[in-house]
Design a protein around this ligand. Sequence first.
Ligand SMILES: CC(=O)CC(=O)SCCNC(=O)CCNC(=O)[C@H](O)C(C)(C)COP(=O)(O)OP(=O)(O)OC[C@H]1O[C@@H](n2cnc3c(N)ncnc32)[C@H](O)[C@@H]1OP(=O)(O)O
Ligand SMILES: NC(=O)C1=CN([C@@H]2O[C@H](COP(=O)(O)OP(=O)(O)OC[C@H]3O[C@@H](n4cnc5c(N)ncnc54)[C@H](OP(=O)(O)O)[C@@H]3O)[C@@H](O)[C@H]2O)C=CC1
Length: 293
Amino acid sequence: MTMTISNVGVVGAGQMGCGIAQVSAAAGYKVIMYDLAKERIEAGLATINGNLARQVASGKMSDDARKAALDRISGTTDINDMASLDLVIEAATEDESVKRKIFAQLCPVLKPEALLATNTSSLSITRLASATDRPERFMGIHFMNPVPVMKLVELVRGIATEEETFSTAKAFVTTLDKTITVAEDFPAFIVNRILLPMINEAIYTLYEGVGSVEAIDTAMKLGANHPMGPLQLADFIGLDTCLSIMQVLHDGLADSKYRPCPLLVKYVEAGWLGRKSGRGFYDYRGDVPVPTR
Ligand SMILES: CC(=O)CC(=O)SCCNC(=O)CCNC(=O)[C@H](O)C(C)(C)COP(=O)(O)OP(=O)(O)OC[C@H]1O[C@@H](n2cnc3c(N)ncnc32)[C@H](O)[C@@H]1OP(=O)(O)O
Ligand SMILES: NC(=O)C1=CN([C@@H]2O[C@H](COP(=O)(O)OP(=O)(O)OC[C@H]3O[C@@H](n4cnc5c(N)ncnc54)[C@H](OP(=O)(O)O)[C@@H]3O)[C@@H](O)[C@H]2O)C=CC1
């Protein structure tokens, strides 16, 4: 059995929340996007508008479809506006305490039958589920960045996730024209278990002076045919998110091979979080990105 989903809530209007809101609205769902600050919502809606306009410009979407998708998305800073939603996907900062706080505020507002999902990159679904009032109706729906472009979504069950929750999530993701892989509830699941140690190793390669930012990215783009170099990709994901994922791998698997590179820690401590803060392994404040090392 699957539940009917007609409207979707997204918590967090950052890069992932906006992407999830965009593809859901484009697929015909009504979407409410919630964040703490009005400016975040406004910036998020502007990003979505820009991305949809690019799809119109490249002939992938009609202008009428763009307008209709935009009309289906609204933003709010009032969590009570999530009361009537069928599915809410949490896509706030990768920090367990932030997510727990959100669930504590959100669960009393949601209707009892609503499904709750998290877009976490790495955290235990079972542990997050235990911070909700509905572990049976909770699971991981892990989109990839940039959401409108990347085909994959990882689905992750917690120990208590019911079959109806899983089949409803699977049906929902299928309507977004995405391909599903199922991962078990281990730290960082499949994609990030493999991808983040590679990125962390690239940062060690920089830290140890084996190559410059440019040399490392060029090596992996041209030598291994990656669409982005690992340091460019780290900046794209967000260095705070990369560090959180490495910490979850290190703590959860208790193996020193997952030790976050001290240089990654230093960049995050400096507030150099990559593209979203204007500076990371590259400086994005000028016309073209310039390596910072
Ligand atoms: C951390 C986690 O938990 C999990 C993760 O997500 S890990 C990260 C996974 N993602 C990746 O590895 C991405 C690696 N990079 C790539 O695949 C490519 O560089 C890319 C798809 C991002 C861009 O590809 P490209 O060929 O260099 O760029 P470009 O030709 O400008 O864009 C291709 C299309 O993507 C769209 N696009 C690019 N960046 C976008 C963005 N940030 N948001 C929305 N759309 C975007 C463009 O609009 C363009 O679409 P149109 O053809 O309709 O115009
Ligand atoms: N970046 C990536 O490549 C991917 C990330 N993810 C996961 O998606 C989630 C979001 O990541 P991403 O979009 O990159 O992060 P961003 O930093 O871009 O966005 C996070 C958003 O959540 C907001 N937020 C923080 N606390 C709250 C709260 N209590 N209530 C509502 N909103 C809040 C932040 O606001 P403010 O900035 O004001 O704190 C920000 O707008 C994380 O769990 C991440 O691991 C999954 C796949 C890929």
